[in-house]
Design a protein around this ligand. Structure first.
Ligand code: SF4
Ligand code: SF4
Length: 338
């Protein structure tokens, strides 16, 4: 970015910036809820409170891929596709989740076939990222090299003393600043990036090859014995994108109805059920293995990037205490020298 891409805003002016943005578009930001924070659409002039915010319990993925959405609606002989092209912004999204979003882009729009419902939302989403100053107890983004951003944002905030340094990463980002110009002053650059300081780590060197050697390992059976098949890990993972399609006709006349997309989860037995009631991942071991191999092997092969961004949410949410960093370490210990 050029010299004119850097700004500074004082903390006391942040609310004014968000209020102005909320008047122009739907703004999703971390809101204190449950055990922590969740991304929610802010109401007009809703007070922003980032005190204690490290990351959200659930990823911001649902802004692009809601849990359930109509793709097609029909009435008599009229059929129409449904697109959500409402202008939105996500504020204070962490670097790991921006990396996850860039991966979703590759999956949904990067293989020649563009998924147009995803594309409509993505094209209308302003990404306002915020660097981390502190790591959560289960974060390992430093190992996955997702703790910093080199792009993929319209604006990037970095907390510093009584305010935030802001880098504009796009013309749209600059325009947002221009629209609230009174609240920002020009700055000569961004402060040197500090690491969030993750205590959890994963050694990724040669890991896919080592994982492949462990394809039939008893490690996965042992892990599957602990796993409860609750699918919480896949539910909270910012890079899990599997879905099912559901036809919901209006049963009163069968002339109206819709086809819906519902997020689905490979940790569930029913996920791999196909016609004829055949389930091709019948055993929990196969489902557990699919999750870890998707995150640490297949993503690299298919998209050139690990499909784990080290957010640590699956570790936090797993009631059985299954930890992807420990699983990878077990595999490395047993198979690295085989
Ligand atoms: S969250 Fe834990 S127990 Fe639940 S499906 Fe995932 S690994 Fe299994
Ligand atoms: S596998 Fe776990 S740590 Fe990795 S991105 Fe998904 S939820 Fe985050």
């Amino acid at each position: 970015m050029t010299q004119d891409s850097y700004y500074f805003i004082e903390k006391k002016d942040l609310q004014g910036f968000i209020d102005a943005l909320t008047l122009k578009m739907s703004v999703f930001a971390p809101v204190r809820k449950g055990r922590g924070f969740r991304f929610e659409k802010l109401k007009n002039k809703q007070k922003l409170d980032l005190n204690g915010y490290i990351n959200t319990e659930f990823p911001p993925k649902s802004i692009l891929m809601p849990e359930g959405e109509a793709l097609v609606r029909y009435k008599e002989s009229m059929i129409c596709e449904v697109f959500d092209d409402v202008k939105k912004a996500v504020f204070a999204i962490r670097p790991c989740d921006v990396h996850a979003m860039l991966l979703l882009d590759k999956v949904m729009m990067g293989h020649g076939d563009i998924e147009e419902h995803y594309e409509a939302r993505r094209k209308n989403l302003i990404v306002i990222a915020m660097n981390c100053t502190e790591a959560g107890e289960n974060c390992f983004c430093e190992s996955m090299e997702t703790d910093r951003l080199y792009g993929g944002f319209d604006l990037l905030f970095t907390e510093n003393g009584n305010g935030y340094h802001v880098e504009a990463g796009s013309e749209e980002g600059k325009k947002i600043i221009d629209d609230s110009a009174k609240l920002f002053r020009k700055s000569s650059g961004m402060p040197a990036k500090t690491k969030p300081g993750c205590t959890k780590k994963i050694d990724t060197a040669g890991l896919p090859e080592i994982m492949k050697k462990a394809a039939n390992s008893s490690i996965w059976e042992d892990t599957a014995k602990r796993c409860l098949s609750c699918a919480s890990c896949t539910f909270v993972c910012p890079t899990c994108y599997c879905f099912s399609l559901k036809h919901e006709p209006d049963v009163t006349d069968l002339k109206n109805g819709e086809v819906k997309r519902e997020m689905d989860y490979c940790m569930l037995l029913r996920f791999s059920k196909v016609a004829g009631d055949y389930v091709f991942r019948q055993h929990r071991t196969e489902r557990v293995k699919q999750f870890f191999y998707h995150k640490l092997v297949y993503g690299l092969e298919n998209e050139g990037k690990n499909h784990c961004v080290g957010c640590g949410r699956c570790i936090t949410e797993c009631m059985a205490g299954i930890d992807i960093t420990e699983e990878a370490a077990k595999v490395r210990k047993k198979y690295a020298k085989v």
